[in-house]
Design a binder for this molecule. Structure first.
Ligand code: FMN
Length: 194
């Protein structure tokens, strides 16, 4: 069984830090034989502030327009997710929430893991996202990678970013990934037999 793990980039702002952890994730996760990696950049799915006439929890995959359908199909294609989140005013970015609100069944019964960054390693944003995941009938994972300023700063200062700048987090990522694969496999089997 080949799983598809999707990395969702929560920040869309110019000059975002997010690209660094995403480059590290892609470097470390590409080439594993138990899943393929898909990077979903929300910049590629610009949508207005949520304006669907009804909740996607009711309309399901009856999408209001092609732009929403394209996002829905991308989310649908994955068996598990790693959301990379910044923290704005102790919450996760509005760009991420806006995208999530456009869909619903695409996420049901799938696991989501988190990589966060900021003064508290994105911990407050991640805690809030875990609550949102429960509403999506997902399995939010306990493990997360928190990138604190001691690791962020050298990465920001470097003339050229290399994934080695995050190597102190490799072990934690490995544990998170193994847990995500376990949940992705278990829930895929369960969904397929539904
Ligand atoms: C509007 C705003 C609010 C912020 N609030 C927080 C915060 O509550 N906690 C934190 O750790 N960092 C905060 N920061 C700093 C961000 O961690 C930092 O700007 C980071 O680079 C944002 O991620 P991004 O560049 O990928 O968008 C804030 C930044 C902005 C722009």
């Amino acid at each position: 069984m080949t799983l598809r793990i999707q990395i969702i980039i929560g920040s869309t702002r110019p000059g975002r830090f997010a690209d660094k952890p995403v480059a590290w994730l892609v470097d470390r996760l590409t080439g594993r034989d138990d899943f393929e990696v898909d990077v979903l950049d929300l910049r590629d799915h610009p949508l207005p502030l949520f304006d669907s006439p009804m909740s996607p929890a009711r309309t399901l995959r009856d999408y209001p327009n092609e732009a929403v359908a394209a996002l829905g199909r991308r989310f649908d294609s994955a068996d598990g997710y790693i959301t990379v989140t910044s923290e704005y005013n102790h919450g996760y970015p509005a760009s991420l929430k806006n995208a999530l609100d456009y869909v619903f069944p695409e996420f049901n019964k799938k696991p989501m893991a988190f990589v966060g960054y900021g003064n508290a390693g994105g911990a407050r944003a991640i805690e809030q996202l875990r609550l949102v995941c429960v509403e999506f009938e997902m399995a939010p994972l306990r493990r997360a990678v928190h990138i604190f300023p001691d690791v962020m700063r050298p990465a920001m200062m470097a003339e050229e970013f290399t994934p080695a700048l995050f190597e102190s987090l490799d072990e934690r990522l490995e544990m998170l990934t193994n847990e995500l694969v376990w949940w992705s496999t278990a829930l895929k089997v369960a969904r397929d037999t539904d």
